[in-house]
Ligand binder design. Structure first.
Ligand code: NAI
Length: 462
């Protein structure tokens, strides 16, 4: 048994970042992880492996669709699926080992196994109970289930199984047009599968700017994805090796069905807190299963904190990281803070989709007077040269003060471009501040500046 200042439960982006910051701030720190490798869902079965497959399949798409026009003639590459999976695994290993190295460097103990909290100040792992002045729960989330759909991770898969398929599907049905469904659906569509996305709502990616939703869906359709919208999936059964997906169309209650060799269930995630003993400990939970915390990430049990997907808010790795850093600072007696108004979200399809701050719908609902500056990548020389001119940047600013309230991008490197707007918003900048900042030519980032110019006297290349 050892005594620590902090024990963190879970080594995903929330947990490992919290651990590193705690150690950097002089706290004796341990992190409990039951998986064989550090990094949680994000590094092992989420963000990182999916990005490897998105990258590889995008390269194939480029070779098939754009190489010839650029004067790169010859046969398109064929897919060696085993090698692609090996490349994905190498990417995972490089990252998880990197965290192990950072733990050693920062003298963080990795306690291997699954933790429970018998009482405040104590963490049990296997037969050992460790003492800690403070505990941070960073136990993450897991795919949520859907009534009538039993995931076997072979024919009917969750996001985990979708990263490990035995072969590339011929026909794939994706249940849910959210981030996971569209990212993984894109991967397999590029690799040759016939992908149909079945979505309950009438628009894809709920909560996103409506104009982006429309452009995004149109672009994905051009890439071969099919959509059945307004359709509630009722059941999915495996018969003779294939899966039958039954759904009801909301407009007329008509029941229809689809057959596929692979079905991806991507209808959301829920907090993962199993086995922690939170019930017995008396930790307050919300109806949705999230751990309730105060403004400093402390639960109602003194000395027990929680961050990341296990608490309220968007289930995003970088939100968890920020909470991890801020919570560590609170424990070290500093002033930890997260600005929840400036958390970007990115979908890593091609083109990428990124947003930060308010959408037009939210501003309208709040009765705010706002103006819109929009610029199409068609007017961006670099995007045109790279066959990446689909999409636009939209900046929303306060009508009177010109302060930036939100930004929504669909286009090349949107996930990187969004960050200059995040920085601007953190500094309380006006659209004119971005518009007056010199942007290098020719870069995609000029489209952001042009959208900012469009909030004022007008974009130049529109
Ligand atoms: P999601 O919540 O983004 O989307 C789920 C979709 O399924 C919704 O559009 C919903 O209307 C639909 N749906 C629900 N029940 C249905 C039914 N019975 N029939 C048809 N459609 C139905 O969930 P997703 O994609 O599983 O992602 C889970 C979480 O993981 C999200 O919070 C997301 O932010 C996070 N994530 C983030 C990534 C990123 O930042 N790039 C990548 C992957 C996941």
């Amino acid at each position: 048994m050892a005594t620590y200042d902090v024990i963190i439960i879970g080594s995903g982006p929330g947990g490992y970042v919290a651990a590193i910051r705690c150690a950097q701030l002089g706290l004796k720190t341990a992190c409990v992880e039951g998986r064989d490798t550090l990094g949680g869902t994000c590094l092992n079965i989420g963000c990182i492996p999916s990005k490897a497959l998105l990258h590889a399949s995008h390269m194939l798409h480029e070779a098939e669709h754009n190489f010839a026009s650029m004067g790169l003639k010859g046969k398109s590459p064929s897919v060696d699926w085993k090698q692609m999976l090996a490349y994905k695994q190498e990417t995972i290993d490089g990252n998880t080992k990197g965290i192990e190295f950072l733990f050693k460097k920062n003298k963080i103990d990795w306690i291997k196994g699954w933790a429970s909290i018998p009482e405040a100040g104590k963490v049990t792992v296997g037969d050992d109970t460790h003492e800690a002045k403070n505990i941070i729960i960073a136990s993450g989330s897991e795919p949520s289930s859907l009534k009538g759909v039993e995931v076997d991770e072979k024919t009917i898969v969750s996001s985990t199984g979708a990263l490990e398929l035995g072969k590339i599907p011929k026909k794939m049905v994706v249940i849910g047009a959210g981030v996971i469904g569209l990212e993984m659906g894109s991967v397999y569509a590029r690799l040759g599968a016939e992908v149909t996305v079945v979505e309950y709502l009438d628009a894809i990616t709920p909560g996103m700017d409506a104009e982006v939703q429309k452009t995004f869906q149109r672009t994905l359709k051009k890439q071969g994805l099919k959509f059945i919208m307004g359709a509630a999936v009722q059941s999915c059964e495996v018969k003779g090796g294939n899966a039958i997906v039954k759904y009801t169309l909301r407009k007329n209650d008509k029941e229809e069905q689809l057959e596929a060799d692979t079905v991806l269930l991507a209808t959301g995630r829920r907090p993962f807190t199993d086995g922690l003993g939170l019930d017995k400990l008396g930790v307050e939970m919300s109806k949705g299963g999230q751990i309730k915390t105060d403004d400093h990430w402390q639960t109602n049990v003194k000395g027990v904190y929680a961050i990341g997907d296990a608490i309220d808010g968007p289930m995003l790795a970088h939100k968890a990281e920020d909470e991890g850093m801020a919570c560590a600072e609170v424990l070290a007696g500093k002033h930890g803070h997260v600005n929840y108004g400036v958390i970007p979200s990115v979908i890593y399809t091609h083109p990428e989709v990124a947003s930060v701050g308010a959408t037009e719908a939210e501003l309208k609902d709040a009765g705010r007077d706002y103006k819109t500056g929009k610029f199409s990548f068609m007017g961006n020389a670099r995007a045109k040269a790279n066959f990446a001119a689909d999409g636009f940047v939209k900046i929303l600013a306060d009508k009177e003060t010109d302060r930036i309230l939100g930004c929504h991008i669909i286009g090349p490197s949107a996930g990187d471009l969004i960050h200059e707007v995040c920085v601007a918003m953190e500094f309380g900048a006006a659209a004119q501040d971005l518009a007056m900042t010199c942007h290098a030519h020719p870069t995609y980032s000029e489209a952001v500046r042009e959208a900012a110019l469009a909030c004022g006297d007008g974009a130049i290349h529109a």
